[in-house]
Design a protein around this ligand. Structure first.
Ligand code: LMR
Length: 335
């Protein structure tokens, strides 16, 4: 028996390992937006490059439009999955990670970032690693950060959102599953309502909610602008994504495959920033040209009011996010 363990078992095990590493790995990339958006395009590019360069070893299948999972479900599926050959990958918005990392809520603080360049200062800094590291203990491996853009507000009715809190009073706004967003809507004078992305168009069309906040590409691709009367260019916070994969699957991949996937992801990330910058301008123009929802800019005085009304949100979440981390971020951004 002991001979069997000493001599035969190692051979069997190495054969088994060979068998596993000769198999084709499958990555199911699940997301909730349309294929033509910055996230959709980056996911498709990632799949194309992997399917070309790792042909026969790794195959990526992309499932857009919540076809496979919504964002909250996909994270549970990733954490529960124990397949070594099929991995789930996704890029949920940063706002949906609060269950797994409280520090990531910093991204939702209104007016923390003046623009997308500010966001990149944080994303490209070592502070980011501090914010994503805790995810691994929860079974998620953070691989990259992708942009969509700064968010704007839309609303139905006879006047746009300009004055706070008056224009928000008694109005319901769809938000993502983020307590920071809920606090922000309340601070602006409105009523928050959490809903999955898949349900937003119907909720707006049927008047279940009056308005919502999102990036231009989502408002355009999901046709929210057809069932809203006004869009206010508030640029109040950032919509971005964390590309994540089940940690168990990732750590079990052969080293050379992991390296190649990481390099391809870096290419997709670079392209994503370009796609996002282009969509920000092009999708706004398409919405304006459609002549349905009217786009309004805030005056400097109105913007100051929005900033002032939401200034307390950071304080409210300071303990959860970490005072030191927030200080570090402010230092990095220089404001
Ligand atoms: C939303 O739920 O509004 C967004 O997170 C959707 C997305 O992935 O852009």
């Amino acid at each position: 028996m002991s001979r069997l363990i000493r001599y035969v078992l190692p051979v069997l095990l190495s054969l088994l390992t060979l068998q596993v590493s000769a198999e084709e790995y499958v990555i199911k990339f699940s997301h909730v937006v349309a294929p033509g958006t910055p996230k959709g395009k980056a996911a498709d590019l990632f799949a194309k490059l992997v399917n070309e360069r790792l042909k026969g070893r790794v195959r990526v299948e992309v499932y857009p439009n919540s076809q496979l999972y919504n964002d909250n479900k996909v994270m549970e599926a990733m954490r529960l999955s124990d397949s070594r050959t099929t991995g789930i990958m996704a890029a949920p918005s940063l706002s949906k990670f609060v269950k797994f990392s409280r520090t990531i809520q910093a991204f939702d603080i209104p007016y923390l970032f003046n623009d997308i360049d500010d966001v990149h200062k944080l994303v490209d800094s070592p502070v980011m690693e501090k914010m994503t590291r805790p995810l691994e203990r929860k079974g998620l491996k953070a691989l990259s950060l992708w942009d969509n853009g700064m968010k704007v507000f839309s609303i139905r009715g006879d006047k746009p959102l300009r004055k706070v809190p008056d224009d928000f009073k008694g109005r319901k706004f769809r938000i993502q599953s983020s307590e920071v967003h809920a606090a922000m809507i309340r601070a602006l004078g409105g009523v928050p309502q959490k809903l999955p992305f898949k349900e937003v168009y119907q909720a707006l069309a049927q008047g279940v909610v009056d308005g919502q906040e999102n990036a231009w590409s989502n408002i355009h691709s999901k046709k929210f602008y057809e069932v809203q009367d006004w869009i206010t260019v508030s640029n109040h916070s950032y919509l971005g994504y964390m590309v994540v994969v089940s940690a168990r699957f990732w750590n079990g991949l052969p080293e050379d495959i992991r390296k190649e996937l990481t390099a391809i992801l870096a290419e997709a990330t670079e392209a994503n920033r370009r796609f996002a910058a282009e969509a920000d301008v092009a999708d706004r123009r398409k919405i304006e040209a459609a002549g349905k929802a009217k786009v309004v800019e805030l005056t400097p005085e109105e913007l100051a009011q929005w900033r002032q009304a939401t200034a307390g949100v950071e304080k409210q979440f300071e303990r959860q996010i970490g005072k030191e981390l927030l200080q570090e971020i402010h230092q990095l951004l220089g404001h």
